[in-house]
Design a protein around this ligand. Structure first.
Ligand SMILES: O=C(O)[C@H](O)[C@@H](O)[C@H](O)[C@H](O)COP(=O)(O)O
Length: 603
């Protein structure tokens, strides 16, 4: 039986979004009826076919076969995307075997947050999600396709591809992952070396050695950050070949799963006989399944931005309140770094996605009656793929998790609350994830130390100026100020202060990495300081209080006195150089964090 809160939130989502969703579906229907662009004349078609092989031209000229778009975010800057290099050729070969034709419709940009962390480039990170959505739309705008394969893994890329794809929601879609790199130096060991380096107790050589041992080959980073949360989300939305999220790149199984992605897509086209338009697949139940999967696994806080933005692209208005309400009934069932010490390879080996979904479905926390690319019913995603004499098969996963420190059943979870909190008070509202924070640190009342950028906070630490209990405020980091960068570089220094016995926390209108944890952090604060939010009136020494258990974020100051304080303006020249000026229009038009921090303004 479905959990009543899950049922209520799903219904509320449907009701609140009815008008928008109906309009979305009617646009989708029109596009579906039209199919490929019927206005295409011979010259248009000749342009489509000019670069194709004779065999492919023949298939297209004869008509009747599906024509598939491949959209890829491949580059070899991202270790997670490097394995995608040969996928288009493999997928095309598989599609041809099934009688379809295919074209590499577009590449989309993809940046690595690990490379840009703590640098100006990070200011483009969240904006790149919407840019990827636009690039996806450009790729599909030729309107000659019957379905599309989307290749991407990392933080902004998968949400961006999905948002773009949903604007072509009449096309069936399959997302094709590449899988995580093998485990190297463990994530906690890597973090420990960083903390020692920040404290001056490790050399730069030691630090680099540790980083290289952690990030050591192609594949997704092994912690459960935003990229791997994306992969879990794609399984929960039924957009992957079941169980394909965390299979290593380069393995025979991965190869077979990639071929299977092509086969399933063909099946879901009109030509394949089981037409499944993406826009119908991603309905309220699917979105709630995505949210529940992320919450129960301690997924990335970035998805409090991405999920509302994805939902909006499908005609839904998903609220932070929905996530907060679900969080209270969805137990934390996985402990993967930063919430635990295990990495995603160990999570996968312990039972992984399939085991987790089986638990959630059994407890009525996920909707089973959803459309997936593999057929109706999410139960298909509770099994794991394997090869039997070269043939791709699926099998049930053991009922008990193989490792109770990594996965736990609904009846004995790590915590009954998933750990995502929405805190509110006179500064606005913000998001806190407690699954990686020890419970004794969940509340704090301390003086504010206010910084207008991450670099100033790091400098204060280096100069030994962060003494005593403190709540670090780093403001002018919201979407309109500078694109809402991740401030992950603050974590080692705050962790060090905490380890020394100081009570510390962070309040910011910026973001943290999915890999951040340990220290209590109220992030995505809305309204942001650059828009005149109350955060712009906070001063050094103000007493702030954060209480995750009671969903509270408060500045203790008489209301009138606080209201009369002058509003500090955003620092000038923070957005110059490194291409940042090119995004001035986006900073002007971007929406607030609780609506996904998106600059995609729809009519
Ligand atoms: O949200 C995320 O998951 C991050 O953006 C992640 O993709 C990024 O690469 C981190 O900076 C790496 O974390 P570490 O620096 O801790 O390895």
């Amino acid at each position: 039986m479905l959990n009543p809160v899950v049922e209520r939130i799903t219904q509320a989502l449907e009701e609140r979004s009815k008008q928008r969703r109906d309009a979305y579906l009617s646009t989708l229907m029109q596009a579906a009826e039209q199919g490929r662009n019927t206005a295409h004349g011979c010259s248009n078609l000749a342009h489509v076919m000019a670069a194709q092989s004779d065999e492919q031209r023949l298939i297209m000229r004869q008509g009747g076969a599906a024509h598939i778009a491949i959209i890829s975010s491949y580059n070899d800057m991202l270790s997670a995307h490097a394995p995608l290099k040969d996928y288009p050729d493999q997928l095309k070969a598989a599609l041809y075997r099934y009688g379809a034709s295919a074209q590499f419709a577009s590449g989309v940009p993809a940046m690595c947050d690990g490379v840009t962390q703590g640098t100006a480039g990070m200011q483009l990170s969240l904006f790149s999600r919407d840019l990827i959505a636009q690039a996806t739309a450009v790729g599909l705008s030729h309107a000659v396709f019957d379905g599309a394969l989307y290749l991407g893994v990392c933080d902004k890329i998968v949400p961006g591809l999905l948002i773009g794809a949903l604007h072509f929601g009449h096309l069936p879609a399959v997302f094709v992952p590449a899988g995580p790199m093998r485990s190297g130096l463990s994530n906690p060991e890597k973090a420990a070396v960083r903390e020692r380096y920040a404290a001056g107790n490790a050399t730069r050589d030691e630090l680099l050695e540790a980083e290289l041992a952690a990030y050591h080959e192609p594949g997704t980073c092994t912690f459960y950050g935003t990229a791997n949360t994306n992969q879990l989300l794609m399984e929960a939305l039924g957009l992957h070949v079941p169980g394909s999220a965390f299979v290593s790149p380069g393995s025979k199984l991965r190869h077979a799963l990639t071929d299977e992605a092509a086969r399933l897509l063909i099946e879901n086209t009109t030509q394949g006989g089981h037409y499944l338009p993406l826009g119908e697949q991603i309905n309220a139940k699917a979105l709630i399944n995505g949210a529940v999967a992320i919450l129960s696994s301690g997924g990335s806080t970035n998805h409090t931005l991405h999920l509302p933005a994805i939902a909006r692209a499908a005609g839904y208005e998903l609220l932070w309140e929905d996530l907060a309400a679900l969080s209270k009934v969805v137990p934390l069932l996985a402990h993967v770094y930063p919430s635990g010490v295990a990495d995603v390879n160990q999570f996968h080996a312990a039972g992984g996605v399939g085991w987790l979904f089986a638990q959630l479905l059994d407890a009525g926390l996920m909707h089973s009656d959803v459309y997936t690319i593999a057929g109706r019913g999410l139960d298909r995603y509770t099994r794991e793929p394997y090869l039997q004499t070269g043939r791709l098969c699926w099998r049930n996963i053991a009922i008990s998790p193989l490792e109770k420190d990594i996965l736990r059943p609904v009846i004995a979870p790590f915590a009954t609350h998933s750990g995502l909190h929405m805190v509110t008070g006179n500064l606005g509202r913000a998001v806190i994830k407690t699954s990686a924070v020890q419970e004794r640190y969940w509340s704090i009342k301390a003086p504010a130390r206010v910084f207008d950028c991450e670099a100033d906070a790091l400098e204060a630490y280096d100069k030994g100026r962060l003494n005593g209990d403190l709540i670090m405020v780093v403001r002018f980091q919201g979407p309109a100020a500078n694109g809402m960068p991740e401030l992950h570089k603050l974590m080692p220094i705050l962790a060090n202060l905490q380890a020394k016995g100081q009570k510390v926390a962070l309040v910011t209108d910026g973001r943290l990495s999915g890999a951040s944890g340990k220290v209590l952090a109220a992030i995505h604060l809305t309204p942001e300081a650059a828009k005149g939010g109350p955060l712009s009136r906070v001063q050094d020494g103000d007493i702030l209080e954060i209480d995750a258990k009671h969903d509270c974020l408060q500045l203790h100051l008489a209301e009138q006195e606080f209201a009369q304080r002058p509003t500090v303006q955003a620092p000038r020249n923070a957005t110059a150089g490194y291409g940042l000026q090119l995004f001035a229009a986006q900073r002007r038009s971007v929406g607030p964090a609780d609506q996904g921090a998106s600059f995609l303004i729809e009519d």
